[in-house]
Design a protein around this ligand. Structure first.
Ligand code: ADP
Ligand code: MG
Length: 497
């Protein structure tokens, strides 16, 4: 019998299914054929040509007879070009051209016609997922993907550049693996908070938002610096934890980013004309969208009311659960999507309502409608809402530098630590029930809030949001209780709706 099997995998949403590649060669058959079965998609069927050429062009030979490659389990549709290498290696084993490999190897790689092994999508997910379930697992991956193995022990991974090398690997001659990923302790950005002139109020609001991972809506005339502020938020967020780095790297890997280690908080800003699939996630083979690429970082939605209504509504579930469920005809995929939403908008369609110098040309109706475009359930998830007016020209020209991102980040990290220690998560992610347990409003603060909510006709929901923000403000002062001054500051960030 000329038979061999090699393990590999297939991506299914944010999971990996183990796939067994089996090769059977019937050398008594007078026909020379090669067939791939086991629900291969068209992309996998193309493998056939690449595998045969690569084998021929690397000095190996194509065995006589009829060859069948089976991808098991056959119930699952197989996608991707990474089956080339396991199929080719299995074929070489079955025809005894190489020594059998250790059966704990999981193999991934696309082949060029010349035998070159090319990088593929999803390696970070394959490695982390398979290793989690199978401690014995070892891997052979394309050299072009090697950085994605940063989180797996070096001794379990071999990189390969050309199919030719499989012979030396099978003989145990190649077994070295170069270290390549050292996490630098300091992350550098080429932008900094200190470049923002004035905007003391907005900067403080955004610092509080960052400290508790609260969502923010900034309203202001064009050119007031909203985009500038949003872009700098990742520079003040705490460093990513190892778990966060791994999870984000896996998401980027599935999305098709190769050799990309996400070691700084992502900042994503999809345009409002982008498709729902690209923002939320989707496609025939479900792929993560922008909201998942923003996982552990910032999702900036500029001109918020301009996004398609279905896109805005689809944000509701991720804003609540920190993950998104993408449903397609035959599959359901769940991707993490825990991001800090920073939305910005003009105060009205023309942009200048409330501006001190330029006159607004909108009717009252237009202004009201524009501001109503975002539905209540979405607005409910935006804790901090502020006006960002344009700064005066003198202020813009001033040489006086503000505080550096580094300094603000230290405070933010400290405030975040307090929350994690107390409740295992940041205040922005607390449910109302959880918030009640940790709020600790002093009697005075509670009375003050009651009075304020009557005077300002606040809804129960906005009162909850104010308590949540007050909690983060109190934490920023390392105060166990929420005092009057914390509530009073929080009231400034409640917006008009
Ligand atoms: N407070 C500020 N400090 C420094 N530069 C500013 C400030 N506000 C605006 N600018 C300048 O104006 C430009 C436009 O700002 P931007 O952030 O794009 O405004 P918006 O997004 O509100 O329309 C910025 O690139 C920056 O050069
Ligand atoms: Mg802008």
């Amino acid at each position: 019998m000329k038979y061999s099997k090699i393990q590999t995998g297939c991506i299914d949403g944010f999971k990996v299914e183990n796939i067994l590649v089996e090769i059977d060669i019937n050398s008594r058959s007078t026909q020379q054929t090669f067939k791939i079965v086991g629900m291969p998609s068209t992309s996998v069927l193309e493998s056939e040509k690449r595998v045969l050429s690569a084998i021929r062009n690397t000095g190996f030979s194509i065995p006589n007879g009829s060859i069948v490659a089976n991808l098991s389990p056959t119930s699952m549709k197989k996608e991707g070009s990474h089956f080339d290498l396991p199929i080719a290696i299995s074929l070489l084993e079955a025809s005894r051209q190489i020594k059998e490999l250790d059966k704990n190897y999981f193999i991934f790689g696309e082949l060029g016609l010349n035998g070159e092994v090319r990088p593929v999508h999803g390696i970070a997910l394959f490695l982390m997922f398979i290793k989690e379930l199978n401690k014995e697992a070892k891997f052979i991956i394309p050299k072009g993907n090697q950085e994605e193995s940063a989180f797996v022990s070096k001794k379990d991974v071999l990189v390969i550049e050309n199919l030719r090398d499989i012979e030396s690997i099978s003989l145990g001659i190649i077994d070295k693996f170069e270290p390549f990923y050292e996490r630098s302790n300091e992350i550098f950005y080429d932008i900094d908070f200190q470049e923002i002139r004035g905007q003391i109020f907005a900067k403080r609001a955004v610092e509080i938002a960052a400290s508790g991972f609260h969502n923010v809506l900034m309203k202001g005339t064009p050119g007031s610096g909203k985009t500038m502020i949003a872009k700098r938020v990742p520079t003040i967020l705490p460093d990513m934890t190892r778990e966060e780095i791994i999870e984000s790297t896996m998401l980027y890997s599935v999305a098709g980013y190769m050799n990309f280690i996400v070691n700084r908080r992502p900042f994503r800003s999809p345009h409002h004309t982008a498709s729902s699939a690209s923002i939320i996630g989707g496609g025939a083979i479900p792929k993560p969208g922008e909201i998942s690429l923003a996982h552990n970082g910032v999702l900036f939605m500029d001109e918020f009311p301009e996004y398609r209504a279905d896109v805005i509504e689809a944000l509701r579930q991720p804003l609540e659960d920190g993950e998104v469920v993408v449903t397609r005809a035959k599959s359901v995929a769940k991707f993490p999507a825990k991001f800090m939403l920073i939305a910005s908008q003009n105060p009205c369609p023309c942009g200048y309502y409330g501006d001190k110098e330029i006159e607004c040309t909108c009717s009252m109706n237009q202004i009201v409608n524009y501001n109503k475009k975002i539905s209540g359930p979405i607005m409910d998830r935006i804790d901090i809402r502020i006006d960002v007016p344009r700064v005066k020209i003198e202020e813009l020209m001033s040489k006086e530098e503000g505080e550096s991102s580094k300094k603000i980040k230290e405070r933010v990290s400290k405030t975040a630590q307090i929350q994690i220690r107390r409740q295992g998560k940041l205040n922005g992610k607390l449910s109302n029930k959880e918030l009640k347990k940790v709020a600790n409003l002093t009697d005075k603060a509670e009375n003050f809030l009651k009075q304020a909510s009557m005077n300002l006709k606040l809804t129960a929901r906005s009162v909850n949001r104010i308590i949540k923000i007050s909690r983060t403000i109190a934490d920023s002062f390392e105060s166990r209780n929420i005092e009057i001054n914390h509530v009073s500051e929080a009231l400034n960030y409640r917006g008009t709706r």
